[in-house]
Design a protein around this ligand. Sequence first.
Ligand SMILES: Nc1ncnc2c1ncn2[C@@H]1O[C@H](COP(=O)(O)OP(=O)(O)O)[C@@H](O)[C@H]1O
Ligand SMILES: [Mg+2]
Length: 411
Amino acid sequence: MLISLCDKNVIQYLQTIGVSSLGDDAEYTQLLNSSKKNFNLQVTLAGNRQLLVKQERHIENDGTQQELFKEWVFHQLLQRFPVLGNISAIASLVTHFDEENSILVRNYLTDYLELASFYHHNSYFPEAIPIALGTTLGVLHRATFNRQEYRNFMATAPQGEFRYQFYNPVQGIESIEPKIFSTVPLEALKFYVLYQRYESLEAAIAELASEWRPCCLTHNDLKFENILVHSRWEQLDNCLVRLIDWEACGWGDPAYDLGSLVASYLKIWLHSLIVDPTIELEESLHLAMTPLEVIQPSMLVLLRSYLNAFPMILEYRQDFILRVVQFAGLILIHHIQQTIQDRKYFNNTGLCMLQIAKTLLTGPQQSVLTVFGLSESEITKPFAQLATHHPVDTQENLLRLYYNKTRLRGF
Ligand SMILES: Nc1ncnc2c1ncn2[C@@H]1O[C@H](COP(=O)(O)OP(=O)(O)O)[C@@H](O)[C@H]1O
Ligand SMILES: [Mg+2]
C-alpha cells in the first residue's frame, strides 16, 4: 500500500486519478461510520457531486483476494452483462478502483438512507420495503441461477485466469485458545462456554456447512446497514431500495442472503428486549419494545416476494425455507461474536440472542412457524400452485398473511 488515505489527502488523490479536476474544491469531507476493515470518506466536490472513497486497511499478504477487489469484479460483471446491470436495485455505483492501494470510489447517493436507521427512527414496517427487497433478491438469484458464464466471470475476471475458490460462509466458532482471555472481556467467556456446551448446535452448523451448495450470485453480507432506502420511497415504484457494499459477493447459497435479511429483522426485535438477570427469557421476549408480531408481517412478505420472483428454488432445494431460518440463526451467532470482538461487549441481550439462534439452527421446522407465523407447507403451497399456473395470492392467503394474529411458539 503506497497511500494511506485521510481527509487531508483525499482531494489530491481524486485529482491524481482524474476523478475530480484541478479546479474542483472539496466543500467538505466527512468520515462515515468506518468499520475496522475499511476507512470510508464521504467527499463533496464542487457542483455538489458526492463520492464515497473507501480504503481497505488490512490487506493480508497471503494471496487472499482483497475484499474491495470483489466489489470491482462485481461492477465489471454488471457492465459485461447488461441483463444484470439493468436490475436497478443493484446497479453499480463504482467509478474507480485502485488495486495497488486498495481504494474504491463510489457515487454517493444523497437521497437515500440506511435501512437500519430507517427502521430505527421510524419503528414502523411498511410492506413496500420487504416487497422491493424480496423481489430484487429473487430476481438476482433467479437470473444467475446455475449460469456458468456468470460463475466463470466471477472466478476469473479480469485477467481470465482462475483466482480463488468461492468462500463457504458457514463457519462455526473456532475452539477456545488461551489467548482468548486477553482479547475478550470476562463476561463474554460465557458465550464461548455455552456455545461449546451445546453439542446439537455445533452439529447443526456442521450439517449446514456440508449441505452448502453454491448455485447463484450472492451478496453474502445483506444486513440492513448495507441496504439503502430512498427518502421518498412512498412515491416511487422502483429504485425504492439499493443494495450496496458488494465486498463479500461471490457464488453462493441463495438461502444465506435471505437468512441474512431475516436475521436483521430478528435483531430489531432482540435488541428491543428488556433484559435483566431477574427476568426469565420467555418473559423478556414478551416485553420487547418491538415485538415479534410487529416485524413478522415484513418477514413473511419478504419471503413470499422472494419466492414469487424465484419459485423454482423450491424444486431445487425442498428444504429451502428451513435453511433460510437456520442461516438466520447462524448469522445471529456471527453477530454476537463480531460484537464481542469489535466492541468488547456481551450482555443478557447477547445471551437471549444465542438462545434464539440455537433454536433456529436446531429446530428449524418449528422455528419457521415462530418466525413467519405459518408452517413451511403453508408458505410453500401457493408457489407449488404457481408452477401449475394457479394464482399466487388468493384472497384467503392474503387475509392469513396480513391479519393472522401471531402466536409465539417454540421459544
Ligand atoms: N453509494 C452510497 N450512497 C450512500 N450511502 C452510502 C453509499 N455507500 C456507502 N454508504 C454509507 O456508508 C456506509 C458504509 O459503506 P459500506 O460500503 O457499507 O462500508 P463498510 O465496508 O465499512 O461497511 C453504508 O452503511 C452507508 O450508510
Ligand atoms: Mg457495509
